[in-house]
Design a protein around this ligand. Sequence first.
Ligand SMILES: C[S@@+](CC[C@H](N)C(=O)[O-])C[C@H]1O[C@@H](n2cnc3c(N)ncnc32)[C@H](O)[C@@H]1O
Length: 317
Amino acid sequence: MLKLLDEQIVPYDSSSGLYATQSIVENGVIGVGDQFLAGAQDYDDRYVGMNAMISKLRGSFDIAKFDRQDVENILDIGCGSGNATMALATMFPDAKIVATDLSPNLLEILAKKTRATGIDDRVSCIIADASTIKLKPQSFDIICGSSMLHHLDDPEAVLNGYISALSSDGIGLFYEPFHVGYFVLRQILVGLIHLAKFNKGIPEADIAVFNTLIYGIDFVSAKDRSDPVLKNLDDKWLFSREMFKRVAEKNSRTLFVYTANPAHEGYQDKISNMLFSVTGNHPDWPAWAVDYFKDIDNAERGELANDVLMEGCIVFK
Ligand SMILES: C[S@@+](CC[C@H](N)C(=O)[O-])C[C@H]1O[C@@H](n2cnc3c(N)ncnc32)[C@H](O)[C@@H]1O
């Protein structure tokens, strides 16, 4: 399995069963935020869900009509604690999986899961930087990157490298946030903050969170990327379809892009979930805010969710 990587891989820690690239061993882990290091267990508890991931992957295979049963080699890049790794291992019980991430803490959690489920003989957990990892061309049948491209400095260049490491009948699956949907969310937050000036019921602390979200959306989607602060942020990008189209064209692949947000999830749910992930509290919306959200959520119909992408599925075949 390790031969599919075009660089030297060495054992990192025999007790956890992790491997690492030689450069990680020499230079250490650089460029991953604390939420993925000290906060690894919390990340796993909050965000990892096997059944949801299996249906997301199944949806992507269906859209691209990918029904190969003979999948041999899978790469899960930026795998974290194995959200997609464990799902792919279940869906392809004979495949070998290379699971890489920059956080040893998250990989340790994944390695424990692979041992507990008896799949550690076919899943290799490797500490590697997704920006510089060298992959053998045409070597993987499936490459999955779930919510990791937006952490990288130059996702387009890196993504081109991943797609050229796919076998000719392979498939690349990525799940990422899009600017267009987040811009709409931003405008909804602006409206909510404005209404909250004349209506009671939303705590000041929550308004402060909304303002930070608006600031964050504006900051990462600014055209000028020269601000050095961007380099130190975990979340560096909101994407447009254009970048993925260029990568598909360059690599002569067919591209599918569609919404990853469940049909029943409206902006009220989305904003409630964001608030919960920051404050740990489920908001108790006043009636006027519920009416405001209802007006927006009930107006969304049909293909709009695919046009105004928020979380998007990106599939290369
Ligand atoms: C939002 S999490 C997604 C994790 C996992 N794929 C999932 O779906 O739960 C982003 C992951 O990207 C990893 N990451 C960030 N920058 C990276 C880099 N340069 N190289 C490898 N992994 C990186 C983080 O450690 C983290 O595990």
